[in-house]
Design a protein around this ligand. Sequence first.
Ligand code: F6P
Length: 361
Amino acid sequence: MSSSVKRIGVLTGGGDAPGLNAVIRAVVKACATAKVECVGLEDSFDGLIYPERSRLLTVKDVTGILRIGGTILGTTNRGNPFVYPINTADGPVDYSDRVIENFNKMGLDALVVIGGDGTLSIAHEFAKRGVRLVGVPKTIDNDIAETTMTFGFDTAVDFATNALDRLHTTAESHHRIMVAEVMGRYAGWISLYAGIAGGADVVLIPEIPFRFERVVERIQAREQLGARFSIIVVAEGAHEVGGERSIVTSGTPDRAERLGGIGEHVSKELERLTGKESRFVVLGHLQRGGAPLAYDRVLATRFGSFAVELLLRGESDVMTALQSPDIVAVPLSRVVGQTRNVPVLGDVIRTARNVGICFGD
Ligand code: F6P
């Protein structure tokens, strides 16, 4: 065990996901076991830009948070220190030197950075500038390279599945099409898994551009069989063949674009094309809220504990990853800037097709 790590900072960045608190708890407890101090940094890297926004975390501070959603440290997806969103005549400010200066002033030896691709990219830049750190992959989207699972995904899928169960009963009663738009950004993991678990008839994902004709054919085939309702799951990043993604707001240097609206579009088009009544729901941030399920609590705890282990071993610029059945360390350089998409020829898509799910292709 390396004796050079005596004080570790922990932060959460990007959109929240169920299980963040479980990681924080594991980091704090693993630090306590190794007799290392742990400092909680608030709102992502803001805790290093404004040192007063940090606090010592003891085992007592994390008691009872395992089962609670959100993050006790707060988070933001607008806090990139390299392009910090403060309005000056010259545009955003570069606070990266200030972060490193404060990291040293605060007596920190290392960081655990819990976040998605954006936060992990920032972490990688700081690691290249000599900050010792380990990343922990977080997102309900499950789209981070090199790890087969991120915590939060299972809880989000479970919520979406429950929603589909509820939509089934009302769809059947009213002989309607019900469309559920789910999150996932440019990856279709949530829609695919919830679609299979919730018995959807049609699943539209970004990886397989769709045609309305194919979806209409499926709905009509169901009618002929006597099934007068259909359940459609649409990933927020899905789009037609040759079409564009549906965007709410465009991206800026410090903020990713916001997706949304495809569920409404699909619902209205299907009503027009089939003559059947259609309704849509956007599950939105409900998928990110609430308590983490057992699987996510365990994965988050394994990631948090391993992150501390790696730092004590002297490792840096790596991310904890699940490569079943093991938790391993992968270089951040292999992770950042990548998106782990659903393999369109993989067994999960084949399984879905075998049980009659239509992808609109
Ligand atoms: O990456 C997680 C995620 O929930 C995406 O699925 C979604 O597109 C995005 O974050 C929403 O971000 P915000 O909370 O900024 O609206």
